[in-house]
Structure formats: structure tokens, C-alpha cells
Ligand binder design. Sequence first.
Ligand code: NAD
Length: 286
Amino acid sequence: MSFNLLKGKRGIIFGALNDASIAWKVAERAVEEGAQIVLTNTAVACRMGTIDELAKKTNATVIPADATSVEDLTNLFEKAQEAMGGKIDFVLHSCAMSVNMRKKRTYDDLDYSFLNKTLDISAISFHKMLQVAKKLDALSEGASVLALTYVASHRTFFGYNDMADAKSLLESIARSFGYIYGREKHVRINTISQSPTFTTAGSGIKGFDGLYDFSDRMSPLGNASADECADYCVVMFSDLTRKVTMQTLFHDGGFSSMGMSLRGMTQYNKSFIDDNRDENGKIIYG
Ligand SMILES: NC(=O)c1ccc[n+]([C@@H]2O[C@H](COP(=O)([O-])OP(=O)(O)OC[C@H]3O[C@@H](n4cnc5c(N)ncnc54)[C@H](O)[C@@H]3O)[C@@H](O)[C@H]2O)c1
């Protein structure tokens, strides 16, 4: 259902690789709500992925850019304004990558050049795109900028590795830039902390299936899907949230406020069945 929440707005969406990508769903929802969009990803991802299919569906222009390259980002923000005929009203940063994770380097054995890459792609690129946009004065008054993050920035999660550090930095950039851009142009900058979601990046996390299930059992509302994340992004891009900025917004079915749930405890107790306990966790004396 469309509420025309983004009617007349122009947006740039980073990171739609395939139809499982969160950015893909956001692009579809934004257009459904009346927005005009430009899609961007690395040149390789544009060639290898299925972004052209999404572009066709959403009537979008594709402008390749490596989010770590100031030159590419400058070209992107200039060309996007030309393509859409005006300043940009919303931006989604949906890019992340850890070479340490890909190469199975554990957190106590990081390769530091890989770590620099993780931080550059997954966090510093957010600063770069904001700085480029500000220097070009490419964002409209009151524009809304979002980046996607994960709760491992606040609390430690097995297997999330150096991406936890990247997400902490990403959220910090949202606060620091949010102050400056808010003060000067009422631009809102927030991060959305999303539930585990089956995507290419998500599935790269060690033990992802278990993490997904654990998180679902712990959340009173269950894990939030990519489609639901897209709904939330649309609201944050709309004029209904003009005074929300510099926040990490949890979109996780309540997970981040939980300690232990009944569903989680029940499953945990099952692991003791063979260990002289019944499925309710009661010790079986015998
Ligand atoms: N999937 C999850 O469980 C989950 C949970 C919380 C947050 N997130 C975050 O959501 C965002 C989107 O990830 P996703 O899960 O949709 O996976 P995805 O793999 O579909 O998207 C990641 C994107 O990052 C892009 N990217 C990588 N390097 C880049 C670069 N140098 N320049 C520009 N783009 C680059 C990739 O091409 C890809 O499109 C990421 O920031 C991720 O950390 C994901």
C-alpha cells in the first residue's frame, strides 16, 4: 500500500546487489511511495549483480561509484542531481564488507590492512559521502540520510569480528556529522540497527543461521525482515520524522532491550536434556 510519503522526493540508494539486499527493498518501497531514485554500487557489483533489473523496475538511473572514492562520490552526487533535476532529499548508505571475515581471520589475529579496508568501506565511506554532499551543497534543506548498522556496535557478538568496530565508527559519524549538518541545513542523519537478515553480506557472518534463530527467539516481535526495514527507512526519509537525528534507531523486534526470553530459555534448556535435565531445564534425579 502506498501513502505517497515520498512524493516529489529525490534519493540516492547505495548497496543494492541482488533482490535479497536490504537496499533493493528500500529502493522498491521508496519508488512505491512516489520518490525518484538513483541507484549506485561499485562498478564490479553493477556488472556482476542484478542492479539493472532493479533500475528497470524502479525507473532509476544507475551511477557506479566506489563508496571509498571521493572522486567517484563527487561524480555521483553531481550526476544524480543532473539526472533527477534537483537537490537530493534522501540517501541510504547500505555498504559493508570485511576482508578479515572473508579470509576467516579472527578478531585476535586481524590483518591490519584488511581492517583499514573494513573501516573504509563500512564506515569512513559514510563520512566521505556526507562531506562530498556538503561541499557540493547537494542535499536539500531538511534532507534525511540513513546508514544501516547492527547491535554488535554496542554489545559483543561472537563472529561479528572487525565489523563491530566499523559499526561503532559508523554510528559515531552519524552523530558527529548529524550535529554539523543539522545545525547548518536541518539535514537529519541516523543509523538503523537492523535484525539479522539473510543477504549476501549477512550470510558472510560466522554462525549466521544460529545468530538469526537466537535473535528471533529473543525478540518479542521476532526478527525484522528486509521489507519491514524498507518500511522504516521510508518513514525516516519522509517529512514525518523531521526532528529525529543523530540516533541509532533499533529495528529489531525488541531484541536490543531483551536479556532472556521464554522462547530462548526453552531452546537453551533443550541442550541439557542429555545432561540429566528434562526439556524444562529441571534436573532429573535418577
Ligand atoms: N544482513 C544483515 O543481517 C544485516 C543486519 C544489520 C545491518 N546490516 C547492514 O546492512 C547493509 C546492507 O547489507 P545487506 O545485508 O543488504 O547485504 P548486501 O551484501 O546485499 O549489501 C552490501 C553492499 O555493499 C556493497 N559494497 C561493498 N563494498 C562497497 C564499496 N566499496 N562501495 C560501494 N558499495 C560497496 C556491496 O556491493 C553490496 O551491494 C550493510 O551495511 C550491513 O552491514 C545487515
